[in-house]
Design a protein around this ligand. Structure first.
Ligand code: HEC
Length: 198
């Protein structure tokens, strides 16, 4: 086998061997360069000329992800000093917005218009919270009851076990801050009943 590398050129197979090695090597190099050129051309095409469908999708995800992250950071408020979370309070509204984004936006939509990504195929559809048109009422006590018990026969579940009462009051305040269907609270009623609700 060592003979195969001798430099004398007189080996009976030398010509043939060199030829075939050159052939394989140059073919490989050409194929390699060709594949690199094709790959690069595809990359250039997708990046600059094709309109980049995939890239747009990735961008949309990035955008919403980024928006949500920013929103979460902005709206993270400390409500530990709020003792009566059912009474109108700007901090509770902000906290509610954050709780809403995490738990409700997938069905009711980021802005509350009932157009969440997970809500499209549902029947009945998630309520447009901005429009309201409440089945179970839109006072603070009624909305809180909805969040306690859900709406039987729909995918609107109760959140009694999933979220602490304070977070549910925050949601009530957030919903009442965005909706146009806003029946007035009877304050005495609210103050009398809310503290007993869990
Ligand atoms: C799985 C999807 C889904 C999620 C998640 C969801 N909901 Fe709903 N929600 C619905 C549907 C569907 C309805 C409409 C039910 C109906 O019309 O009977 C509804 C209705 C409502 C209503 C209207 C009640 C009324 O009286 O008409 C309110 C308020 C509400 N949801 C608040 C929330 C809040 C706050 C959250 C987050 C804690 C939430 N929902 C999470 C699907 C969802």
């Amino acid at each position: 086998m060592a003979n195969q590398n001798r430099p004398d050129g007189n080996h009976p197979d030398a010509d043939h061997r060199e030829e075939s090695q050159d052939g394989v090597n140059s073919g490989g190099v050409v194929a390699f360069i060709f594949s690199m050129v094709v790959t690069f051309a595809c990359f250039i095409y997708v990046t600059f000329f094709s309109g980049g469908v995939d890239l747009k999708e990735v961008k949309a995800t990035d955008d919403s992800g980024a928006t949500q992250t920013v929103a979460k950071v902005e709206e993270k408020v400390d409500v530990s000093d709020v003792t009566e979370p059912w009474l109108a309070n700007e901090k509770m509204v902000k906290h509610g917005a954050a709780v809403y984004k995490m738990n409700c936006a997938m069905c009711h939509g980021v802005a509350g218009a009932g157009d969440g990504v997970a809500g499209g195929g549902l029947n009945p559809k998630p309520r447009n919270l901005i429009e309201g048109k409440w089945k179970q009422g839109g006072t603070s006590l009624q909305l809180f009851a909805t969040l306690q018990n859900g709406i039987p026969g729909s995918s609107m579940q109760g959140y009694k076990d999933a979220l602490p009462a304070k977070d549910r009051w925050a949601l009530v305040q957030f919903i009442r801050s965005i909706t146009k269907d806003l029946p007035a609270d009877v304050e005495a009623d609210l103050k009398a009943k809310a503290p007993g609700l869990k």
